[in-house]
Structure formats: structure tokens, C-alpha cells
Design a protein around this ligand. Structure first.
Ligand code: SF4
Ligand code: ZN
Length: 420
């Protein structure tokens, strides 16, 4: 017998009314920040006998012992078991955590996977909210919303920094990599449908992601397989099927079907969206993009910055400054939010010439994507070690020095047509 729980047992309110709530630095008791320390959120499928329903464990110190205003590691692992549970559903459940945690009064969550940030307000702390309550919220909501597939659920909340590091690097990242690898054999041409995702409309009411095998959601957490699983779990939910029977321009990735879908799901705010261009009707961005690419006029190329990168880019803007121009569900030609995995996609701004346009990335991001990006550059253009031609902050954060570096390395963007 399954019991449907309607109330979450925590000392503060829990309601979708708190979803858009922002906690300012001066109002926060503690912060967990995946861009600075090891944080991770993860769902793992287990056997029935491995899960004790409603068991909530905290490994490490409670929030009380943290200095007010300080930054910490946090990992929460939700283990689920059920006859109808499939590992394909794990990322779909995980992606809901953003929404669940945001519904807590006095708690704010952005991002996903190992790149989330959570703040607990002074008021929520004073009311008695502690790390263990994340477990309570996740348990209750997962059991409520995924009762069709989850029979038993237990949650472990790690605040011990070494355990967070271990969970992130030894458990979560290999799991994420495995999921991402499953997609590699699929292409946009090889599937019959794409999917829409409107999970972020709580923050960006007109934002719609169109998710294809070669272009994952800009949060980096919703692949085509995830969107497909979301649709299977909840046919009336956030991910809907988009047919692709009426192409307008294959190179731009524009379709009548896609236009109709974005118009419908943005309540008329958007009319045309292309899948492969950043100049013509680019896809909109909400706020949770992993990366932003922006046009760099001196080199005919684009600069990419990732959320973790706090420094300056050759555009004279930091990631946050680029983000302020890009978010909010509006189309900003020349700027576009996207997932990390999209960088090595054959469809990355294909309409403007593709990955050959990439002239600069933070060093760490470049190293993360190097293997896949170099493989794509070799396949598309026969270029070896393409990342060696791409600048980073150790080479230049100003456009003139960058162009000199690109010239010296014979970067292909320099001889391409101007983008505007
Ligand atoms: Fe969905 Fe896009 Fe938001 Fe990711 S960024 S959750 S794909 S709407
Ligand atoms: Zn979003």
C-alpha cells in the first residue's frame, strides 16, 4: 500500500509561492556553492532490499556549527527502489530538485548536478530549518510525484567536505558521464521528434528549451533522452513532443513545427526559434545556462564563458555581465546560453560555420571539453588539436592580444565571413 503524503514535515512553509524567492547575501545564514566547493545532487536506483523507506541520514556537521555567512560543501543522494523504476528516470527526478528546494520558505536553489547553489536565510535558520530537512523535502516530494515508479526512498545528506568530494568525484561524475555517453550515438537527423522543456518558466515565464539529441537543454541537465523519459513519466508534464515534419531551413534548424511549439509553450511570446543559429532567432535563455557564448567582432568568432569562471573575458565582460544580457527568456542575437556538452556538438552554431568560430574559453572549460571538441574539429574540418588554437585567460583577456594569438596559430575564424 502506498501512502500519499500531503504535508512536508519541516519547520518552515513549503509552497510553490516561494519558488521565485531570492535570498540576498546579507539575509543568508549559510551558502552551499558548487562553483567553489564540491557539491552534488544525485538520484541512484537501488534494489528493494537496499532501501529503507523514509530513512534520512546526515553525514557531517549540522548547519548550527557553520559560521554565519559562510560557504560550504553539500551533497544529497536520493536512493530509490521500485519495480517500475528505470535508471533512465534518475536524471528526470534529479532535475525536479531545483523546484522542490526552491519551494522551501527561506531557501533558494539555482543550477543542478554538481553546479548548484543553495542559500538558507537567517529567518529559515531561526525557524529551525537544518540540512536534515533537505532530506525530508526530497523524500516527500519524490514519493508524491514519482509514486508510479518509486516504491521506497531514502536520502543521505552529506555536509562533511571530504564525503562531498568523494560523492562528487567517485560516484556522481562517473554517473553523469555514463548518461552523457548514451546520447553520443544519436543525431538530430536520426530521430523523429524533438522535445520542448518549460521547467524553467517559474523564473522565466516565456522561456522554452527545444531539446534535440545534439543540443541538450542549456542547463546541461536535460538531454533528449531525459526529455523523452520526462514525457513518458508525465505525458502532460513539462516536456512535450515536437514533430519535425515541416522543415523551413535545415541549415538554420528552423521548422514550422518548432515555431508552432515555441509559440504555444511561450504563450505567444516567441514566434520563431532556430536550433543552430546564434544570430537569427536564437533560442532563448532562462537563467541556469552552464555557459554563454557571445560574438567577438575583432576575430569573427565567439567567446564562451562558463558559470564557474569568475574572471574577465575578451568581450570586456565577466560571465555575470554576459548573463545579465542573456537571461530572462528573451532572444538576444549574438548571445546565447547553452550547456557544456553543446560546445563539442556538430550543431553548435552550425548556421554560422560551427565550432570553428570558437576563439576563446576559460582554460578549465577548454580542458573539460578538449577531447570531444578536438574529435569534432577533426571530423568536420580535418583540424588536429583544435583547442591549441583557442585562446584562454592565460593568453589574453583583451581582444587585441587575442587576435595576435589567433593569427599566430592560424585560427580558421579569422578568414571566415564576418558574423554581422
Ligand atoms: Fe528545461 Fe531548459 Fe530549464 Fe533545462 S534550462 S530545465 S532544459 S527549460
Ligand atoms: Zn532555467
Amino acid at each position: 500500500i502506498k501512502i500519499k503524503i500531503t504535508k512536508v514535515d519541516i519547520p518552515v512553509a513549503f509552497a510553490s509561492a516561494f519558488e521565485g524567492e531570492i535570498i540576498r547575501r546579507k539575509d543568508m545564514r549559510v551558502e552551499f556553492d558548487g562553483s567553489r566547493v564540491d557539491c552534488v545532487e544525485l538520484v541512484q536506483t537501488k534494489e528493494m532490499n537496499e532501501v529503507e523507506d523514509h530513512k534520512i541520514t546526515v553525514v557531517g556537521p549540522e548547519v548550527d556549527s557553520f559560521e554565519p555567512g559562510s560557504k560550504h560543501s553539500l551533497a544529497y543522494v536520493v536512493e530509490v527502489a521500485g519495480k517500475k523504476m528505470q535508471p533512465d528516470f534518475e536524471p528526470v527526478i534529479e532535475r525536479k530538485f531545483h523546484n522542490y528546494i526552491n519551494c522551501i520558505e527561506g531557501v533558494y536553489h539555482t543550477g543542478q548536478r554538481d553546479m548548484f547553489r543553495i542559500r538558507i536565510s537567517n529567518d529559515a535558520f531561526a525557524a529551525g530549518f537544518r540540512a536534515k530537512h533537505f532530506g525530508e523535502v526530497l523524500y516527500t516530494q519524490v514519493k508524491n510525484e514519482f509514486e508510479a515508479v518509486v516504491d521506497k526512498c531514502q536520502v543521505t545528506v552529506y555536509t562533511d567536505p571530504d564525503e562531498c568530494t568523494r560523492m562528487r568525484h567517485e560516484v556522481a561524475i562517473p554517473t553523469f558521464d555514463k548518461r552523457d555517453a548514451r546520447l553520443e550515438t544519436l543525431t538530430d537527423e536520426s530521430v523523429d521528434v524533438y522535445y520542448s522543456c518549460i521547467l524553467c518558466q517559474a523564473f522565466s515565464p516565456s522561456h522554452v528549451c527545444v531539446v534535440t539529441p545534439e543540443r541538450l537543454g542549456l542547463c546541461g541537465a536535460v538531454s533528449w533522452l531525459d526529455a523523452k523519459a520526462t514525457n513518458e513519466l508525465d505525458p502532460n508534464g513539462p516536456c512535450q513532443i515536437i514533430t519535425k515534419e515541416r522543415p523551413i531551413d535545415v541549415n538554420l534548424g528552423s521548422y514550422e513545427d518548432v515555431d508552432e511549439a515555441v509559440k504555444k509553450y511561450s504563450q505567444g511570446a516567441l514566434e520563431h526559434v532556430t536550433l543552430y543559429s546564434i544570430m537569427q532567432d536564437p533560442m532563448t535563455s532562462c537563467g541556469c545556462f552552464e555557459c554563454i557564448c557571445g560574438i567577438e567582432p575583432f576575430s569573427n568568432g565567439v567567446v564562451i564563458a562558463n558559470r564557474e569562471y569568475a574572471g574577465m573575458t575578451p568581450l570586456g565582460m565577466t560571465f555575470s555581465e554576459m548573463a545579465s544580457m542573456t537571461g530572462g527568456g528573451v532572444q538576444t542575437p549574438g548571445f546565447m546560453g547553452h550547456g557544456k556538452h553543446f560546445i563539442s556538438s556538430k550543431k553548435f552554431m552550425k548556421a554560422e560555420g560551427g565550432i570553428e568560430r570558437i576563439v576563446w574559453m576559460p582554460k578549465e572549460l577548454k580542458e573539460t571539453v578538449a577531447e570531444r571538441l578536438n574529435k569534432t574539429a577533426k571530423e568536420l574540418y580535418g583540424i588536429d588539436n583544435f583547442t591549441d588554437m583557442i585562446g584562454d585567460e592565460t593568453v589574453a583577456t583583451d581582444p587585441e592580444v587575442l587576435v595576435a594569438f589567433l593569427t599566430e596559430h592560424n585560427h580558421p575564424a579569422l578568414s571566415m565571413d564576418p558574423m554581422m
